[in-house]
Design a binder for this molecule. Structure first.
Ligand code: ZN
Length: 240
């Protein structure tokens, strides 16, 4: 089975369309939260994921847009985008987001947005944080999002190796436990503005990271029309 794994789509439909085309064909689609927030097309993104039969988990932006998480910990721009999202989110999209759990297990993987320890807020961006989280999930491997950077942490028995996989990089899973981040579809923050995603081939146990360019300017135009914060509009171009 070939699984497409996405995270942090952030209401960016052209980026989602582009990465799904680049990852096809796939038998299943998993997403790791922050479906909405920041970007201009939350309803359209949810509709596309629904049509694809995506399974997955909720992120902090999804919970905040549903009114189920306080925005006190958000910066001003993120909060403005969450409040805009909450206003435009239609009932069907809201129901779909509200049904997402914060943690999900499938095919030997644990799926969370932040970390097993704190699916809402914790960023797994260092080997020490990854090591602390290893005892907190039962499966061999864990998939996380939230950092908007593709990452691998692999338990080497006493030491934890960590690296940022490049576009096109593959990783064959073995009996070493891993925490893996597919990168962000709709708002990458590793200096590469292209949409990022990953596939899992469950027969060969191979992961592959994929980057694809998408039309950024139409997204920026929609964000401008929605009066979303200008820094959020600009950062899409830089991937930071
Ligand atoms: Zn995010």
């Amino acid at each position: 089975m070939r699984i497409a794994v996405l995270s942090d789509i952030h209401s960016n439909l052209p980026a989602l369309d582009a990465i799904l085309t680049a990852l096809a064909p796939y038998d299943a689609l998993w997403q790791l939260g922050d479906v909405v927030g920041y970007g201009p097309q939350p309803n359209e993104v949810v509709e596309r994921l629904q049509a694809e039969g995506a399974t997955g988990v909720r992120g902090n932006h999804d919970a905040a847009a549903l009114g189920e998480l306080s925005t006190d910990a958000f910066n001003d721009e993120a909060r403005a985008a969450v409040e805009w999202t909450a206003r435009v989110l239609d009932a069907a999209a809201g129901r779909w987001l509200a049904a997402l759990p914060s943690r999900h297990e499938e095919a030997g993987f644990t799926l969370v947005h932040g970390s097993p320890r704190d699916p809402t807020w914790e960023y797994v961006y260092s080997a020490s944080i990854a090591r602390d989280n290893l005892p907190l999930f039962e499966t061999d491997h864990c998939l996380v999002g939230h950092t908007h950077v593709p990452l691998v942490f692999r338990d080497g028995g006493g030491r934890m190796d960590g690296w940022e996989p490049a576009a096109g990089e593959t990783l064959v899973l073995d009996d070493r436990r891993t925490i893996v981040n597919p990168g962000s579809v709709g708002q990458p923050r590793d200096g590469d503005p292209r949409a990022c995603g990953m596939t899992i081939d469950t027969e060969t146990r191979t992961l592959e990271w994929v980057r694809v360019a998408y039309p950024i300017e139409p997204v920026q135009r929609l964000m401008g029309a929605a009066r979303l914060p200008s820094r959020l509009i600009a950062r899409l171009e830089y991937g930071l």
